[in-house]
Design a binder for this molecule. Structure first.
Ligand SMILES: Cc1cc2nc3c(=O)[nH]c(=O)nc-3n(C[C@H](O)[C@H](O)[C@H](O)COP(=O)(O)OP(=O)(O)OC[C@H]3O[C@@H](n4cnc5c(N)ncnc54)[C@H](O)[C@@H]3O)c2cc1C
Length: 463
């Protein structure tokens, strides 16, 4: 029997991961989510016309996202994601395709073989990039590192890179991975990303994708697991403030004036939503929570086009020197759920750092992107567009601009009984599902250290 309860504010990946980790240690989580559904920024909805489950934005992960994959395994649905063995994706530039594809070699050699075979940079540029990668390998990053004060673009230019290598190689990875242009992200995060991905094991940069809609993968499966193991999920419940008893955070108050008591509370909401729960936080300059008020966000715009016949032959393709950025063949990626006679192809154009597009009307975006598709992919020229939709996520991710490291707070706060989770907290990872899971796991570990477990769980402990 679980005798201890912890309230978790927010039913996104961070909140759900916290709940799963607590359950595995014999503590009962009560997840409160203000919206009617779980998943937070990783959700899907049903398209009225086709009945298809459409994601709010294409979500990919890489092999290095170990805690995200473990979380998916913990809720018992590893078969609903797929991870490649090695990195490999086609890149289109000026009508020519070149694959960035690793050979079957051990460790980092596999990743370097992808660079050597990549034809959108010449031989001299490859030497430059290798020099850049070697400089990254030799760079030590620590807490408060000076690399957080300059942009990755500036750092790369100081380490032998030029317009061509930055545009055709470095930003090809940075823009989708960090949802920002290379000129706006900190060198610290850029260096860390390449250390973990390209300079790590062969599977670290390999791409992984969900095989089903995000709400089913992230929300429904987690709900089933949590409820079956004694946890509680309440959707449509918005927390308005923390409930303080005897100078300790002892629960929460909801917008309907309900008090829900617990031994500890985890805020698993975005930074701005968290700071609004803290009474009077901005009054004091040295306040632990105040830096979180400076966390900034970046938009992603997803353009969905349904063609009556296939226009992409691959599951995804990156497009250089084009507004198309990355184009995904959603029908191919989720082919397991499709009627084999259905020739419709659902294509998703994922626009990162989408400030340029976020305020444009649907008709204008339709004109621009369907024309670009027809010019870029010959099959799109002859296919008929059956349907067009846009999903704009204005606060899709937090920004990793220079100086942003100090805005990321520890999961353990100075307020007794109050903990933080959320992709934006101090995990060392950019705004990703991996960061969300890591934050939740860490918050749960701190709670277990501080209040102990109710009992020894008979479930296998996760790493
Ligand atoms: C379009 C798009 C594409 C993305 N692509 C990728 C990708 O390819 N790969 C990747 O790894 N990541 C991607 N991300 C980022 C990823 O989705 C996030 O990093 C992750 O989902 C964040 O989870 P979270 O739990 O920290 O926060 P959130 O998902 O924001 O969850 C917070 C939850 O708290 C709830 N809440 C807020 N206030 C309250 C309150 N007062 N009371 C109760 N509930 C409250 C919210 O409704 C929300 O459900 C993408 C995000 C978007 C939007």
């Amino acid at each position: 029997m679980q005798t201890r309860t912890v309230v978790i504010i927010g039913g996104g990946i961070a909140g759900l991961a916290t709940a799963v980790r607590l359950i595995r240690n014999g503590i009962k989580p009560i997840v409160l989510e203000k919206r009617p559904f779980l998943g937070g920024r990783a959700y899907s909805f049903t398209d009225k016309d086709s009945g298809e489950e459409i994601d709010n934005g294409q979500h990919v992960f890489v092999g290095a996202c170990e805690q995200f994959q473990q979380y998916v395994a913990d809720i018992g649905v590893s078969d609903q994601i797929k991870l490649d063995e090695r990195i490999g994706f086609p890149v289109l530039k000026d009508g020519k395709i070149s694959w960035f594809k690793a050979k079957n070699l051990p460790g980092v050699l596999a990743n370097l073989s992808a660079l050597l075979g990549y034809k959108h940079v010449g031989a001299i540029s490859k030497l430059r990039i290798l020099w850049g990668l070697l400089s990254i390998k030799l760079t030590r990053l620590g807490k408060n590192s000076p690399h957080d004060l300059i942009t990755f673009d500036d750092w790369l230019r100081d380490h032998g890179q030029n317009d061509s290598t930055i545009r055709n190689f470095w930003n090809l990875i940075i823009l989708p991975a960090l949802n920002d242009d290379i000129t706006a992200v900190s060198a610290h995060t850029g260096i860390e990303l390449f250390k973990v991905a390209l300079l790590g094991s062969a599977q670290n940069p390999a791409m992984g994708i969900p095989l089903i809609g995000l709400s089913t993968l992230i929300g429904e499966n987690a709900q089933k697991y949590i409820e079956e193991h004694g946890g509680e999920i309440r959707t449509g419940v918005e927390v308005s403030s923390l409930y303080i008893a005897d100078t300790k955070i002892s629960g929460v108050m909801t917008t309907t004036d309900e008090t829900i008591e617990s031994e500890a509370v985890v805020s698993a909401v975005p930074a701005a939503a968290m700071t609004s729960l803290i009474p009077g936080s901005s009054d004091r300059k040295d306040d632990f929570f105040t830096p979180a008020e400076s966390v900034q966000t970046a938009p992603i715009v997803a353009i969905h086009i349904w063609y009556d016949s296939p226009v992409l032959t691959e599951n995804f393709v990156a497009v250089l020197d084009s507004p198309l950025q990355w184009v995904f063949n959603d029908s191919g990626l989720k082919s397991g759920n499709r009627n084999p006679d259905d020739t419709t192809q659902h294509v998703v154009i994922s626009l990162s750092g989408a400030w340029e597009w976020q305020d444009r009307p649907k008709q204008e975006l339709r004109e621009i992107f369907t024309t670009k598709m027809a010019k870029t992919f010959s099959l799109a020229n002859s296919a008929t567009i059956k349907k067009f939709a846009i999903v704009k996520m204005l606060e899709a991710t937090f920004r990793v601009a220079p100086g942003s490291q100090k805005h990321r707070l520890s999961q353990r706060t100075p307020l007794p009984g109050f903990y933080l989770a959320g992709d934006w907290t101090d995990t060392g990872w950019p705004s990703t599902m991996e960061s969300a899971v890591r934050s939740g796991n860490q918050a749960a570990e701190f709670i277990i250290e501080d209040i102990g477990t109710s009992q020894q769980s008979n479930l296998p402990q996760s790493e």
